[in-house]
Design a protein around this ligand. Sequence first.
Ligand SMILES: Cc1cc2nc3c(=O)[nH]c(=O)nc-3n(C[C@H](O)[C@H](O)[C@H](O)COP(=O)(O)OP(=O)(O)OC[C@H]3O[C@@H](n4cnc5c(N)ncnc54)[C@H](O)[C@@H]3O)c2cc1C
Length: 315
Amino acid sequence: MCRPTEWLTDLGLEGAIQQTFSRLVIHTPRGTTTWPLPWTFSTFDYRTLCELLFEQTDATFDHAKVNGSEGFAVQTDRGELRSPLIVDALGWRRVLGAGANVQPPEAFLSRGLEIHPDGRGDDLELWLDPKYVPAGYSWSFPADDEVRVGVGSFDPRYHVKDPTLELARAVDLPPVRFQGNWIPHKLRPAVDDGIFFAGDSAGHCLPVTAEGIRTALYFGLACGTEIRAVVDGEQTREQALARYGAFSASHAWKYLWLKRVQNLVGRLNPTPVMPLAVRGMNNERLLRWAFAHYREIAPPPGPTAARAPRVAVAA
Ligand SMILES: Cc1cc2nc3c(=O)[nH]c(=O)nc-3n(C[C@H](O)[C@H](O)[C@H](O)COP(=O)(O)OP(=O)(O)OC[C@H]3O[C@@H](n4cnc5c(N)ncnc54)[C@H](O)[C@@H]3O)c2cc1C
């Protein structure tokens, strides 16, 4: 797991950081290019991150399998829970969504698989190489004494197990501790039938890069801010639903653009144009411009966010 470092430090999650990278090494069939990054990415320990986040809350936590909902009632394998404020943060299945669940391969989903062998590395590495995946990319993200190596395909019909094994052989790491899932690449309504959706359940994962942790936190913060205002008696449930739904929808054009870039990457990846494009992008000003726009899709909340989690939400 990897994401912009600023998002971790702003939320007081430095303790989860494993390694920080200020450059990106990109392999294509025509050679390797190293992009200097205008800001850093960090790998982190997922469990520690969740524990640190939880410490900042006054929430109680319990486990149950959610089966569905009706009105203010959520049915689980451990009984029914009732609340006027319900958030579906259950991932791409959008379990509490109205109507039938979207199912791959027809749904707007990418697929990703990675291994977590013991090992060490110094660089954040990407492969834009059709040998592993025609429409998509492969990666190696070192995290202390573990390396996360995987393959993501924008085409849900393309199977990524064999390419992951091939990449593992190429980087000489054992294919152990697999982790895979579907990854949404289309924004969906963040409010539906009185329920809030945040993260993959609302398609908040970014197309092209499949970066979904930053956005889950970004929209999760916005959702939590609105809900907190209802609990504090500052607005009605309906106002919170409307404001959060509008906030998420206001990002639609950014997702649309990223989806267009994803389609372009998918088309160019198997052609000789891609190595040229990777080399051509290796210009500090161009990279600063591109990464600044990418950052602004879900900008960090600011250094006071951990102490004052109720960040302002644009209406
Ligand atoms: C191989 C791979 C590598 C990735 N690497 C990165 C990365 O480096 N950086 C990045 O930003 N993003 C990455 N992503 C994307 C990222 O993991 C997701 O976008 C992100 O986890 C979405 O968070 P979420 O909380 O919305 O959903 P999820 O992380 O999917 O969490 C949903 C949770 O709900 C639970 N759940 C589901 N259904 C039910 C139910 N019926 N009842 C109870 N519980 C349920 C699930 O078990 C899960 O714990 C990667 C994805 C994959 C597949």
